[in-house]
Design a protein around this ligand. Structure first.
Ligand code: ADP
Ligand code: NI
Length: 213
């Protein structure tokens, strides 16, 4: 039996929802749903990209994040590929989706690689948007809590960019850098407002940190 596009997307969404039942709050089904939705929005605004590839990659991009698999980066792409094979999705679609999943992580952007596609750029923008703004702040503190990290440790030498393993530090290591890394025009525009919200948030955070005097 061959499934049509809608059936493929629907089965994939169902599979992801079940697989992520017990996931950490920042990497759960609702994160996937937002990335899925936002990727479709960006694709529509940009009038670019193959919709099936975008939807499948958005749905499967965090199916087994290396952070929750002892750093093993091969689990997610393999699980995604095997699942799509079980639906008899065409081989070229599977290859492209698996490549997107392989390359989407922030950690990998420094590494040389020759893979790129508009579908990849759109899904990556959608994933990055969800690390910004009010949702981004919630996800960062949830992840920090999950790792039992302090909210903040003032830097020893009084610099505003705090030390490494605390959640405020993560803003400087990653979150505040994302707006200049967006791939699409729509993505950059959306990132701008969410970035400003985080800047304002940090200002208020520092104001409250010392307590009243
Ligand atoms: P990517 O897969 O693009 O590298 P991550 O999976 O690392 O992105 O990040 C997903 C979410 O988890 C983001 O909202 C991010 O801010 C949060 N996160 C990741 N690492 C940390 C950290 N060290 N401290 C706080 N939040 C984190
Ligand atoms: Ni993600």
């Amino acid at each position: 039996m061959t499934l049509n596009r809608d059936q493929i997307v629907e089965s994939t969404a169902e599979f992801v929802k079940n697989t992520l039942k017990d996931a950490e709050g920042g990497h759960d089904w609702y994160h996937i749903k937002r990335v899925w939705q936002n990727a479709l929005y960006i694709a529509c605004r940009e009038q670019k990209g193959d919709q099936l590839i975008i939807e499948l990659a958005a749905l499967l991009h965090d199916i087994a994040d290396a952070k929750f698999n002892n750093g093993d980066e091969s689990v997610g792409p393999k699980l995604a590929g095997d699942f799509l094979k079980s639906l008899s999705v065409p081989e070229d679609v599977i290859t492209h989706v698996v490549q997107i999943i392989n390359h989407i992580s922030f950690r990998k952007h420094h590494e040389y690689n020759s893979f790129n596609s508009i579908e990849f750029q759109i899904v990556q923008d959608a994933d990055r948007l969800d690390a910004l703004g009010a949702i981004g702040i919630a996800r960062a503190f949830n992840y920090g809590g999950f790792k039992n990290r302090p909210l903040y440790e003032p830097a020893v030498h009084g610099s505003m960019s705090a030390g490494k393993q605390n959640t405020i530090g993560h803003f400087y290591e990653k979150l505040l850098l994302l707006k200049d890394m967006m791939n699409t025009k729509t993505g950059s525009e959306l990132a701008e407002e969410r970035h400003q919200f985080m800047v304002n948030y940090l200002e208020q955070f520092y104001k409250e940190w010392d307590g009243l005097s």
